[in-house]
Ligand binder design. Structure first.
Ligand SMILES: [Zn+2]
Length: 77
C-alpha cells in the first residue's frame, strides 16, 4: 500500500507554525501549530494536553491539538 499518509498523521508539515514560547494548555497564548486555534482548557480535559514537538537545536516548539496531530483516536469511526 504505497498511498500517501493522511495529512494529519503524526508528522510536522512545512505549514506548521513554530513558536518561541511554551504556554500551558488552556492559556490563550497556547495556539495550535496546525489549525492556529487556541488549545483550550476544555479541549485539554477532553482530549489530553497539547502534543509538543521540539525541533533539534532550536529554542522553539511546535504544539498541536491531539486531534490535529492525528494521535487522538477515541472518537474516530
Ligand atoms: Zn489544532
Amino acid at each position: 500500500m504505497a498511498t500517501d499518509p493522511a495529512p494529519n498523521v503524526a508528522r510536522i508539515l512545512p505549514s506548521d507554525r513554530r513558536f518561541p514560547d511554551s504556554p500551558d494548555g488552556g492559556q490563550l497564548a497556547c495556539l495550535c501549530s496546525r489549525c492556529g486555534q487556541p488549545i483550550t482548557e476544555e479541549e485539554v480535559e477532553q482530549d489530553g494536553p497539547p502534543i509538543r514537538v521540539w525541533p533539534e537545536e532550536v529554542d522553539s516548539e511546535y504544539r498541536f491539538h491531539p486531534r490535529c496531530f492525528g494521535v487522538y483516536e477515541k472518537e474516530t469511526q
